[in-house]
Design a binder for this molecule. Structure first.
Ligand SMILES: [Zn+2]
Length: 166
């Protein structure tokens, strides 16, 4: 497997945990953490070590235990950083999509000038600036799928019309 005690220690420090904290997270004693961190050479497969890898978010390294893969040296830190970056990117994407959804469904006060000269107090249609009485209604399908659906509906209507003429 490709993990040394020093790398385990570095991974813990990267998470800003002390030995007691990692032990508490992993459900092992502080001295178990200390034992593995100070062990020389490549660490062997171990249940306690696996619990610590879980707690550090390094579950994927357990695979290397099992497969006795060649040593990966300090790559462990890069791997961890990549993983963190991927998670951060995914979270950012989720936030972006949520914001797009929010904007697309946002309702605001219409405020169009009414015949009485006052601004309209109704809420706008979702994602639009005006209420349904002041031009906020959908003006038809916008997406290719929506347009195709309408086109198909019209074809069907003409088909029925022609069938009835025969
Ligand atoms: Zn209005």
């Amino acid at each position: 497997m490709g993990l040394t005690g020093a790398e385990l220690k570095a991974a813990r420090k990267a998470k800003r945990l002390n030995q007691t904290e990692l032990g508490a997270l992993a459900g092992v004693a502080r001295c178990t953490v200390s034992y593995w961190e100070n062990k020389q050479g490549q660490l062997p497969n171990s249940g306690g070590l696996n619990l610590m890898l879980d707690a550090l978010g390094l579950e994927h390294l357990k695979y290397f235990h099992a497969n006795n893969a060649p040593a990966r040296g300090w790559g462990i830190i890069d791997t961890q950083q990549e993983w963190v970056n991927r998670q951060a990117q995914r979270e950012l994407q989720r936030l972006k999509e949520r914001e797009q959804d929010r904007v697309a469904n946002m309702r605001v006060q219409c405020r169009a000038k009414t015949r009485k000269g006052r601004p309209c107090k109704l809420m706008s249609e979702a994602g639009r600036k005006r209420c349904k009485f002041h031009g906020g209604m959908s003006t038809g399908p916008k997406t290719a799928q929506g347009k195709a659906r309408i086109a198909e509906a019209q074809r069907m209507r003409w088909q029925r019309y022609r069938d009835n003429q025969l």
